[in-house]
Design a protein around this ligand. Structure first.
Ligand code: SAT
Ligand code: MN
Length: 595
């Protein structure tokens, strides 16, 4: 056994899990390159990994069609009372949930190796970082964790004999009988899948799924659901936000954190290259921000992750060239199509469609096929360090000071391209009422409007009403050093269904307006919904947007906004007496302004 395996809690836990899950073997991970290669060898041998001739050290995986996204219906926040989990979370009494899951875990790793994966969210040893250990029976999870988190034996050294960590137990839920042939993507049926969180004891139990956030437990489970609940108690923030640094032509830096629901373009914005002269954009993170108030009273953010788990379809040199350049080597692809010359392909990639490919289900595909070649939630897992515009300060332990918060979502109508909150409380109101049309990142219907406060609905580990209060409390502590708050919608469509705004690199024009607001260089128009750009203040140099389209992009239809009020009221009603009085007041004032 590994010499650094001296942590008492870890050793006891390994022993318990071994007795419960009954694996054939135990392997303690050290995070080395050799280990990564060993896991890949194993995955190649069993035919699960497909090597890609066109991309060095890159592999394609195909999941089971029943296991392609997060399963929110099967995700639980198990606090001692239902009230603590709140109306946005599934809840089950901890004892009952544990009993159910203990029965499932019994013997669930038979015929398999149990991997013990020590990892750090955030730079190893940083005061903001948190240590987790994932136990999993999936070598696919091991290689993905290598990229997405900092897996290392240094984490075990840091833990020492008595250090604390967040235990993350994962099983795909598919034991193998002696001599039984393994399937390509073993997992359990949907009604046996459980993604469970016990925030009071900082514990994660996941069973039955091998995909994404259901299985890579450092990401949504630890860095958002558990961390949000710890952050509330400790007075910091764990948010579903990208982080970027924007530098203006004079060299002034602005740091922006933006919250959009899954698959709404966080990765694209995080790596965006401005289309306006002299402005520079660097990526710090594309999905999660942990933020603490620094000694100067400002809010500092770190990206706790080590890689990108991005949506592949729609990613191209025109939508996100920096992501494309990140994906040249050392990448894991899941549920993309395979071309005849040994490359991956997905809908929306540059160039012509391949004349023939193998689709994500492993079947022949041609442009005549009626189904997509790549699954709409197909993903790439790539090291953040490979991004050509990764910020040199992305691993700075103290983080970067946030100037601007952006909320938004996917709305084909009603919501204008950009507006600014009147003040912090109004900004919290905008975050709390954010809405978006649903995407393929979650199992369920696509395109329905759902209120997704702060893009945290699936990720807040406690009562959402208390979470709103936490935002208000943080604002009180930050005072005039609080970031300014904006709301954006890149997705507004014309009546004939075309996107009105080009998006992507042209979104820099909107970020520029925000920076100029901060510097007091531009004014804004007071409207019922917030502060809108004055005509001519958005830099449209070098692009051709008909002024009618610009008018439509910034148009406020008071009647359409009034029609949203009942939905906002129903949404707020769910939080009962935990809805902060200050948000009730915001709604009253909003109604008054709408007249
Ligand atoms: O599967 S994940 O939850 O990690 C990706 C996402 O939905 O953002
Ligand atoms: Mn996300």
């Amino acid at each position: 056994m590994n010499v650094s395996m001296k942590n008492k809690k870890l050793n006891m836990w390994i022993k318990e899990v071994t007795e419960l899950c009954q694996p054939d073997d135990i392997y303690i991970c050290n995070g080395s390159k050799e280990e990564y290669a060993l896991m890949i060898q194993k995955l190649l041998k069993s035919g699960i990994a497909i090597p890609l001739d066109k991309r060095p050290n890159s592999f394609l995986f195909r999941s089971d069609p029943s296991d392609v996204a997060r399963v929110e219906d099967r995700t639980y926040i198990s606090t001692s009372s239902k009230e603590e989990a709140g109306p946005t979370n599934n809840w089950m009494e901890p004892k009952e949930l544990k009993n159910t899951m203990l029965n499932l875990y019994k013997g669930c790793m038979k015929g398999r190796t149990m991997y013990v994966i020590p990892f750090s969210m955030g730079p190893i040893g940083s005061p903001i970082s948190k240590i987790g250990v994932e136990i999993s029976d999936s070598p696919y999870v091991v290689v993905n964790m290598h990229i997405m988190t900092r897996v290392s034996d240094r984490v075990l050294e840091l833990l020492g004999a008595d250090g604390d960590f967040i235990p993350c137990l994962h099983s795909i839920g598919a034991p193998l009988a002696a001599g039984e042939k393994d399937s390509k993507w073993p997992c359990a049926p949907i009604d046996k899948k459980y993604i469970s969180h016990f925030p009071e004891e900082r514990l994660i139990w996941s069973y039955g799924s091998g995909y994404g956030g259901n299985a890579l437990l450092g990401k949504k489970c630890l860095a958002l659901r558990i961390a949000s609940s710890v952050a509330k108690r400790e007075g910091w923030m764990a948010e579903h936000m990208l982080i970027l640094r924007l530098t203006n032509p004079e060299g002034k830096q602005y740091h922006i954190a933006a919250a959009f629901p899954s698959a709404c373009g966080k990765t694209n914005l995080a790596m965006m290259q401005p289309s306006i002269a002299g402005w520079k954009c660097e990526c710090i993170g594309d999905d999660i921000a942990w933020m603490k108030i620094g000694s100067d009273g400002r809010l500092y953010a770190i990206n706790p992750e080590n890689g990108f788990f991005g949506v592949a379809p729609g990613t191209s040199y025109s939508t996100n060239p920096m992501a494309m350049d990140t994906l040249k080597e050392n990448v894991i692809f899941t549920n993309c199509a395979l071309t005849d010359d040994g490359d991956v392909w997905w809908e929306g990639m540059d160039g012509d469609e391949p004349a023939h490919a193998i689709d994500w289900k492993g079947r022949d595909w041609t442009p005549e096929s009626t189904e997509e070649a790549a699954h709409p939630n197909a993903r790439f897992t790539a090291p953040a360090s490979q991004c050509p515009v990764i910020c040199k300060d992305w691993e700075k332990p103290e983080g970067v000071p946030i100037d601007i918060f952006i909320f938004g979502g996917r709305r084909s109508n009603v919501v204008p391209l950009v507006y600014e909150a009147y003040n912090w409380d109004h900004g919290v109101f905008l975050g709390a009422t954010a809405a978006s049309e649903t995407t393929a990142a979650n199992i369920g219907a696509v395109g329905n409007l759902r209120r997704d406060p702060f893009a945290m609905t699936p990720f807040c580990g406690y009562h959402m009403g208390d979470y709103f209060q936490h935002w208000l409390d943080m604002g009180d502590r930050l005072g005039d050093k609080a970031p300014r708050v904006f709301y954006v919608n890149w997705f507004r469509k014309s009546e004939d269904g075309k996107f009105l705004w080009p998006g992507f690199s042209d979104n820099s024009r909107i970020l520029k307006w925000m920076c100029e607001r901060i510097d007091g260089k531009v004014g804004a128009e007071e409207t019922p919904i917030g502060l809108l750009p004055n005509e001519g203040d958005i830099d449209l140099n070098g692009i051709n947007i008909p002024s009618d389209d610009m008018g439509e992009l910034l148009r406020i239809d008071t009647d359409a906004w009034k029609a949203e009020i009942p939905d906002i009221e129903n949404h707020f009603f769910k939080f009962g007496n935990r809805l902060p009085e200050r948000l009730r007041k915001q709604l009253q004032e909003f109604k008054k302004r709408l007249g």
